[in-house]
Design a protein around this ligand. Structure first.
Ligand code: MRU
Length: 341
């Protein structure tokens, strides 16, 4: 199994996703600030993986906290980790879960608080893999043998503690004996599709073909694609879905061509506190990600750039949302409340 993130006994170790597929190197984060920096700079990325990293970051931070000002340090650790990436709700979900554990552990010895926090973070790592396997199991039923699945970004093992959400559905279908092929959008500007989705599917021997993002319409129209499956960074109460920039265009193209558009995500990605996608904060990333490719400038110096990392797909384009508790169908206001409430 791909080792996206691990606890090595006294530090958090992450596979450096900025350097894949050329190099398979690991980054060791020895304090919570290094964990926050790794999330911000996308050493680790993907909503569920970001959540697990943040939980481990909190546990690491509290192992090194000054015992005389524990509460203040806890808040400082949470604040630093929460300030890294605003869109993926799993980050805040994980921090909140750690906060509840910290608050209920107050009053026991410092050593026990630290042990409980670490135990919780490790449990979240383990649960994430189990949840993804259930998502895969639930989603596999939607795939027929011989189907080609189009995906965007990387919602695979690398985006989670393991197995993946969208790619978990593909893995489960393949494990059930179905013949499945994947088309992967390269996913400008960070190239998660070309670099990460292609790398992890090839490692598993699952047939994968890379296309550039602007080829998706052509292949959806050609009849070559059986369905689209993507992950999510946040799903609001009405079923609107924030995911990697370009997902919205794919959803519209899928609808135009009567191709089912599925979203695979854990319950922890559903944010019932927001009524619609308009309320989701969209991260804007540095211009250099657009103007440069691997350090080489491709756009004129001084040009204006926009780089929103995510877009919101309105729920009307979403055929179904695959979770570990079952498959939600429209109307999402009811089905999601039932699954996640
Ligand atoms: O910017 P990233 O690489 O963190 O964006 C990742 C995505 O958009 C994924 O599709 C999403 O987080 C789901 S991962 C299971």
């Amino acid at each position: 199994m791909i080792r996206t993130i691990e606890w090595n006994g006294d530090a958090v170790v992450m596979l450096d996703q900025r350097r894949l597929p050329a190099e398979e190197v690991y980054v060791t984060c020895r304090d919570y600030r290094e964990v926050a920096e790794a999330i911000r700079t996308m050493v680790i990325r993907g909503a569920p993986a970001i959540g697990v990293a943040a939980a481990m970051g909190v546990a690491l931070g509290m192992r090194q906290a000054d015992p005389s000002r524990l509460d203040e340090e806890f808040e400082e650790v949470c604040r630093t980790l929460a300030a890294t990436r605003p869109t993926a709700v799993n980050l805040f979900w994980a921090i909140e879960r750690m906060r509840r554990v910290y608050q209920s552990a107050r009053g026991i010895t410092l050593g026990n608080i630290q042990a409980t926090l670490l135990e919780t973070a490790l449990k979240m790592w383990e649960e994430d893999i189990q949840v993804n396997q259930l998502i895969g199991w639930n989603g596999a039923e939607l795939l027929a043998s011989g189907m080609t699945v189009l995906t965007h970004c990387n919602a695979g093992a690398l985006a989670t503690a393991g197995y993946g959400t969208a790619l978990g559905v593909v893995r489960a279908a393949v494990a059930a004996g179905k013949k499945i092929e994947v088309f992967a959008d390269e996913t400008r500007p960070f190239l998660q599709g070309a670099r990460l989705t292609a790398w992890e599917l090839m490692k598993d021997g699952i047939p994968v073909t890379i296309i550039t993002d602007n080829m998706a319409g052509h292949f959806l129209k050609s009849g070559r694609i059986g369905c689209v499956i993507v992950g999510a960074d946040r799903i609001t109460a009405n079923g609107d879905v924030a995911n990697k920039i370009g997902t919205y265009s794919l959803a519209v193209l899928a609808r135009e061509n009567q191709v089912p558009f599925y979203v695979a995500a854990p319950i922890s990605t559903i944010d019932l506190s927001l009524a619609s996608g308009e309320e989701i904060p969209i991260e804007e990333r540095p211009a250099e990600e657009v103007t440069h490719v691997f350090g080489v400038r491709i756009a004129p110096e001084g040009v204006a750039v926009r780089n929103p990392a995510f877009d919101v797909t309105p729920h009307r384009y979403v055929t179904a949302i695959i979770t570990e508790r079952g498959v939600a169908r429209p109307p999402y206001a009811e089905s999601l409340a039932q699954l996640a409430g």
